[in-house]
Design a binder for this molecule. Structure first.
Ligand code: FES
Length: 186
């Protein structure tokens, strides 16, 4: 029974890997297989999976004929890339001094409570990753929470529920850049 289950898991993983490699191939083709597009290619892979799967990085190195260490180097250099699975929505709470004194810790507590995770973790359904950041340079609007690039100023614990609701419903695939703006007093 155990070996049967192990066989099923291996087959599932094989299918997943093959689909990841096919998607990576399609992204490489989109950029004409150009090594100069490595960062854009990694961005597209990350946007597809919300992180950079190891098998995709290894495959990209082969396809682009680049040393694996170089591709890993770029993937680990930029903070925007992640080598571990992240949620569909990235929630960042500013804990810089100005936001802290204006109540950011209370906002973070409420986010942790509503999402059922601690800062640095991802929800089981892979919908949300919760992070803390230092000053984002918009102190006058603090406390600030950024979700997928959208800034929410003057956040309070009471606004957390409604703000998260928007993103629970948000359509998958819409990039933060498309929605980038500052929202105050939501
Ligand atoms: S301390 Fe939060 S934006 Fe400056």
């Amino acid at each position: 029974m155990l070996s049967y289950l192990q066989g099923v898991i291996v087959k599932k993983n094989d299918r997943k890997t093959s689909s990841t490699l096919k998607k990576a191939d399609a992204i490489v083709s989109k950029y004409g297989g150009s090594r100069d597009s490595l960062i854009s290619i990694l961005q597209d892979v990350q946007s597809e999976y919300h992180y950079l799967p190891e098998e995709a990085i290894r495959h990209l190195a082969k396809r682009l004929d680049l040393p694996l260490i170089q591709v890993f180097g770029v993937a680990t250099f930029f903070k925007a890339f992640s080598l571990t699975p992240r949620g569909e929505h990235i929630v960042s709470v500013c804990l810089g001094t100005a936001c802290h004194v204006r109540g950011a810790p209370g906002v973070l507590d409420e986010l942790e409570r509503r999402l059922g995770i601690a800062a640095g973790q991802t929800t089981e359904d892979m919908k949300f990753t919760l992070e803390t950041v230092n000053c984002l340079g918009a102190c006058a609007l603090g406390p600030i929470v950024v979700i997928d690039g959208e800034y929410f100023g003057q956040m309070t614990p009471g606004k957390v529920k409604g703000t998260l609701r928007k993103f629970r419903k948000a359509s998958k695939g819409k990039s933060g850049k498309e929605r980038e703006k500052i929202t105050v007093g939501d």
